[in-house]
Design a protein around this ligand. Structure first.
Ligand code: BG6
Length: 468
């Protein structure tokens, strides 16, 4: 059986990861520009040069059967300075992108923030400074008014957890800190900024729907013991609930706040008027990015250890997640893992969708799903592993829909090869190959692109169905 005719079949990108043109047309410097330049790391200065290839890229995705394109707006491209000056050239670029989508009957699915913060705000403390919430509100107001009527799907933030935890706790993203207090403050401010944007969207009666995109990590336990269930709750709060409960129910989980206080985090920065904003702001839908689940056991010993493998095969098996006193994440010996230690586990998507359906009862979009691999793009990429990965995850969605989940769209990560943050460009996710050594950055379709067209054209009817 196929999915319904309104289902969005698309793919996704993010401004910093694909646009390039990092200092063109009066774009301000972003936190990622500064961090990667100063540390002399591989950067997105050019990336896939979507800035100059957007027309071709949108045409290609449309020819590939896709009826939606998820992309993000770059805040530093649109707002030039700390005084909030609007850069018309930045707005013009996104008008061109959106108009091209509409010309090809492709629904623009817009992310307002995919981690590229203007450096002038990072200089003032970034997400640790409450003023960043006000600056964000100004930025989103400009975007809402500018693109109202053209964009029908808005999301406030891409993955608050990933950007805040990696930046302030794990330290592998900018600004590269390791501080629980800062992590809590940053997480709170980003969710407050989200709530302020949703409330503004309602007040201004902007057309369309607004949601948030979360790095959804459904939590499983090693057994059903009370200790494991407790550890799972800690893990669920850590991974998911602080974003999803806050966005969908207007509530920051109380037991998480208690647990943070017990860890010595000072919560006095939380203000009553902020909580009222948060309570009022309910999203219309949830955007869920699914890469994997977390398998949890109770905490045994050792200090908090958070290691993410950004080196691929050179560091395979090095990832570790231990939250002292809370939980430990373990590997499932029967599962397959990528070179970057991501478990391939489609059933987690099925389970997660049903849990989220039950808990929030909101429409859901899978806003990212894909597999990062090393690939030789000097010849046609026959990425059967990606086809099999996508087949099994779309199958999981279809199974969840059959069992009552309200899923309305699927976006493959990514539309074409792009810059994969600290993993650089060698970790490829695209349906379209780009040879980053080729000055022309020519686009060439992979086998998965053709396969995905058949899936989209048949509304999923050609997916090989499997039960669990
Ligand atoms: C998501 C992000 O976390 O996963 C993307 O929204 C990111 O920006 C994607 O690229 C894949 O992760 P990575 O680290 O392999 O690039």
């Amino acid at each position: 059986m196929a999915l319904n005719d309104h289902f969005l079949w698309g793919s996704a990108t993010a401004s910093y990861q694909c646009e390039g043109a990092w200092d063109l047309d009066d774009k301000a410097e972003s936190n990622w520009d500064r961090y990667l330049h100063v540390n002399n790391l591989e950067n997105g200065d050019i990336a896939s040069d979507f800035y100059h290839h957007y027309e071709e890229d949108i045409r290609m995705l449309s020819e590939g059967g896709q009826n939606s394109f998820r992309f993000s707006l770059s805040w530093p491209r649109i707002i030039s300075d700390i005084n909030g000056t609007v850069n018309q050239k930045g707005l013009d670029f996104y008008h061109k992108v959106i108009d091209t989508c509409l010309r090809y009957d492709v629904e623009p699915f817009v992310t307002l923030y995919h981690w590229d913060l203007p450096q002038y705000l990072e200089d003032e403390g970034g997400w640790l400074n409450r003023k960043t919430c006000d600056a964000y509100l100004h930025y989103v107001e400009v975007c809402f008014k500018e693109f109202n009527g053209k964009v029908r799907y808005w999301t406030t933030f891409n993955e608050p957890r990933w950007t805040i935890f990696n930046g302030y706790l794990i330290g592998n993203y900018c600004p590269g800190h390791h501080d629980a207090q800062e992590t809590t403050v940053g997480a709170y401010h980003i969710m407050l900024a989200h709530a302020m944007a949703v409330n503004l969207f309602r007040e201004e009666q902007i057309e369309g729907k607004i949601g948030i995109v979360h790095s959804y990590t459904p939590v499983d336990g090693v057994d059903d013991s009370p200790e494991t269930l407790k550890a799972m709750r800690y893990a669920d709060n850590y991974c998911n609930n602080w974003v999803l409960d806050t966005a969908a129910k207007g509530e920051i989980p109380e037991d998480l706040l208690v647990a943070l206080s017990e860890k010595g985090v000072d919560l006095s920065f939380m203000k009553e008027e902020d909580l009222k904003q948060i309570k009022k702001a309910r999203v219309d839908f949830l955007g869920l990015n699914y890469y994997s689940r977390a398998l949890i056991k109770p905490y045994t010993e050792g200090e908090t250890t958070l290691i993410i493998n950004n080196k691929g095969k050179a560091a395979k098996g090095s990832s570790k997640t231990i939250l002292k006193g809370w939980f430990e994440q373990i590997k499932d010996p029967s599962s397959e893992y990528t070179e970057w230690d991501t478990e391939i586990y489609p059933k987690g998507l099925y389970d997660g969708l049903l849990r989220a359906q039950q808990r929030y009862g909101l429409p859901m979009y899978i806003t990212e799903n894909g597999v990062g691999m090393y690939e030789d793009v000097s010849e046609y990429v026959e990425d059967d592993y990606r086809i099999s990965f996508m087949n099994d995850h779309i199958n999981a969605i279809m199974n969840a829909v059959d069992d009552g989940a309200d899923v309305r769209g699927y976006f493959a990560w990514s539309t074409f090869d792009l810059y994969s943050w600290k993993n650089g460009c060698e970790k490829r996710y695209g349906l379209v190959a780009i040879d980053f050594n080729d000055p022309k950055l020519e686009r060439r379709t992979k086998k998965s692109y053709q396969w995905y067209k058949k899936v989209a054209d048949s509304n999923g009817a050609c997916i090989i169905r499997k039960a669990y």
